[in-house]
Design a protein around this ligand. Structure first.
Ligand code: ATP
Length: 267
C-alpha cells in the first residue's frame, strides 16, 4: 500500500523505566492500557473494556512521544508514529486514504500503538481553503477510532497535543480520545532523575545533580537532555586534547545549563 514510506512500523526498546518521573501519568496509563491487556478477565468482570484512546497534552519536550514509545515497549507492541502535519500536506483525498492504510497496517501488526502527533493541527484556526480538507480527515479519523472501538482489538491510539483547547470536540467523545492526561514539566526531583538517566554509564566526576536540578526550573526533559549533550561535548573536547578519557564535570553541566533556556516557559 501507499503508506509504506510514510510510516514505518518499529518496536521501541524504551520502557517506563526510561521515563524519569511522571508516576501519576504512568499509573493512569497502566490502569487504562496495559493491565486490561495483561489481565482482561479482571476488567471483563467489571464490565470494562480494553483499548480506547488516550490523549496526552502538555508543553513541548516533556515526554509525550517518549511515553507513547514506552507504552509500546511495555506491552511489546509495534509502534506507528503519525505526524499529522505530513498527512495534512498531501492532496485532498489522499490523506484520508493514507490514514486508513495506517490503521489497516496497525491491525496487521497487533498489538500495535498508533501515535498521532500534533492532533491540534486538525483543529480550526486555519486557512479557509483547508477547512473542508481538514473536516474530511477528522471524519476519517473518527471513523477509524469508532471502528477500533467496535473491534476491541489490541490496537491502541495515543494522541498528543500542546494545545488541547484547539482540538475538534468530536474527537473527545466517549470511545474516542476520552482519556485526557496532562504531561507536566518535570519537578525538581524529576529533573534530577532525568539528569541521572541521561548521564547513566557516562564517565563523570562526583556530580551534584540535586543542585543542578534546583538550578533548572521549568526545563523540560528535552532541555535537560540537551544540557547533558552539551556537557558531554565539553568533556569530549578535553579528551581529544589530553588523549585520555576526561570525566564530565559539575562545571560542564553548570555551564551547559546556563547557556540553555527553559522552553516550558513559552507554553
Ligand atoms: P513535543 O510536544 O514537542 O512533541 P514531547 O512532549 O513529545 O514534545 P518528547 O519528544 O517525548 O517530548 O521528548 C523529547 C526528548 O526529551 C525525549 O526523546 C527524551 O529523551 C527527553 N525526555 C523528555 N521527558 C523525559 C522524561 N520524563 N524522562 C526521560 N527523558 C525525557
Amino acid at each position: 500500500s501507499e503508506d509504506q514510506s510514510l510510516v514505518e512500523s518499529e518496536k521501541p526498546k524504551e520502557t517506563f523505566q526510561d521515563v524519569g518521573g511522571l508516576e501519576d501519568v504512568k499509573k493512569k496509563i497502566r490502569m487504562n492500557f496495559i493491565l486490561p491487556l495483561q489481565q482482561p478477565e479482571i476488567f471483563a468482570a467489571y464490565g470494562k473494556e480494553a483499548g480506547g484512546s488516550l490523549l496526552l497534552f502538555g508543553p513541548p519536550g516533556c515526554g509525550k512521544t517518549f511515553l507513547a514509545r514506552a507504552v509500546a515497549g511495555e506491552i511489546d507492541a509495534n509502534f506507528l508514529h503519525i505526524e499529522l502535519q505530513a498527512i495534512l500536506s498531501m492532496y485532498v483525498g489522499q490523506s484520508e486514504h493514507n490514514l486508513h492504510d495506517i490503521f489497516q497496517k496497525a491491525r496487521e501488526n497487533k498489538p500495535c500503538v498508533i501515535f498521532i502527533d500534533e492532533l491540534d493541527a486538525m483543529g480550526g484556526n486555519r486557512h479557509q481553503m483547508r477547512q473542508h480538507h481538514d473536516r474530511m480527515l477528522v471524519n476519517q479519523l473518527l471513523l477509524e477510532l469508532d471502528g477500533l472501538q467496535a473491534e476491541n482489538d489490541q490496537v491502541f491510539v495515543i494522541g498528543a497535543t500542546n494545545t488541547p483547547w484547539y482540538l475538534d470536540p468530536a474527537l473527545r467523545r466517549p470511545g474516542r480520545f476520552n482519556h485526557l492526561i496532562f504531561v507536566p514539566p518535570p519537578e525538581e526531583a524529576e529533573r534530577e532523575l532525568i539528569l541521572k538517566l541521561k548521564l547513566a554509564g557516562k564517565p563523570a566526576e562526583d556530580l551534584s545533580l540535586g543542585r543542578l536540578a534546583s538550578d533548572t526550573k521549568l526545563f523540560s526533559g528535552a532541555d535537560l537532555e540537551q544540557v547533558v549533550k552539551d556537557a558531554v561535548e565539553s568533556a569530549m573536547e578535553r579528551t581529544f586534547e589530553s588523549g585520555k578519557i576526561e570525566p564530565i564535570t559539575n562545571n560542564d553541566l553548570k555551564k551547559a545549563a546556563k547557556n540553555r533556556k527553559a522552553t516550558t516557559l513559552e507554553w
